[in-house]
Design a protein. Structure first.
Length: 258
């Protein structure tokens, strides 16, 4: 069984950092599996059951970079980037009819057609994602280069897109590919706030207060020990609002932003 966070176990992040896979020579940090699914779900503000569901079944929406003993599936920063892109796409479900079953079929087809286990982040092939206006189908496209013509493929559909559909950039504000993720629980209504960030080069990729090396987990522990956000903010030289927003991001069932 995967590790879960409770009073009888080690903190998930601590355990993984102590037992994480060894980085291989020349391996990019973004591809090193160091996050459990519960930890990734919390950092990205995705329900943990949802994230588990995306990695399960015969046709999983996503595939993990590693699997290690009682830690279960382990995800890399690259995996988190892909999961967050799916999460942002799913936020458009009502508009584009992106059901979980549709995404399972679409991602399985994308992996096959584009020969990539991670088609949403295979930037060497410059894959772009579009929505085809008339059919509400997810479309992936190779841009044209030299004599090579642009090629678009409608996923989970036998039809091939005959034209380049409108680009819907649902992740541009929240993701710097292979570098940083700026998750925010209230991204649907708040497009500018960036209280926290994830960077594979900063604090082993743990969730930190944006622009700092302060782990959000440290803020959580200090608050749980009885310290007030005002005192924590003074210690770190940051505003109370920043502390509150960072804590709000990882709080369960938060109703609104601080």
């Amino acid at each position: 069984m995967p590790l879960t966070r409770n009073k009888h176990t080690l903190d998930i992040g601590d355990y993984v950092l102590r037992n994480k896979p060894v980085r291989q020579p020349n391996q990019e940090l973004s591809t090193l599996p160091t996050y459990t699914i519960p930890e990734a779900a919390e950092a990205l503000a995705i329900p943990v059951r949802t994230l588990f569901a995306w990695y399960s079944g015969n046709k999983p929406v996503l595939k993990p970079s590693g699997h290690y003993g009682n830690m279960g599936d382990l995800l890399s920063f690259q995996d988190l980037e892909e999961a967050y892109k799916v999460h942002l796409l799913r936020s458009q479900e009502r508009k584009y009819r992106l059901s979980l079953q549709y995404l399972r079929e679409a991602m399985a087809e994308a992996r096959e057609k584009f020969n990539s286990e991670h088609p949403f982040i295979d930037h060497e092939r410059d894959i772009a994602v579009f929505f085809e206006k008339r059919r509400n189908k997810l479309v992936m496209s190779y841009p044209g280069r030299g004599r090579r013509k642009r090629r678009s493929v409608a996923l989970a559909s036998p039809e091939t897109a005959a034209y380049i559909p409108e680009v819907v950039n649902v992740w541009g504000r929240r993701i710097k590919s292979r570098k940083q993720i700026f998750p925010w629980k209230f991204f649907k209504t708040d497009k500018t706030t960036r209280p926290v960030s994830i960077d594979p080069e900063v604090m082993s990729g743990r969730l930190v207060v944006m622009g700092t090396r302060i782990p959000v987990e440290v803020l959580r522990r200090r608050k749980a020990s009885g310290e007030r956000p005002e005192a924590i903010a003074i210690d770190y030289g940051i505003s109370v609002k920043i502390v509150q927003n960072a804590l709000t991001h990882i709080e369960k069932n938060a109703k609104k932003a601080a």
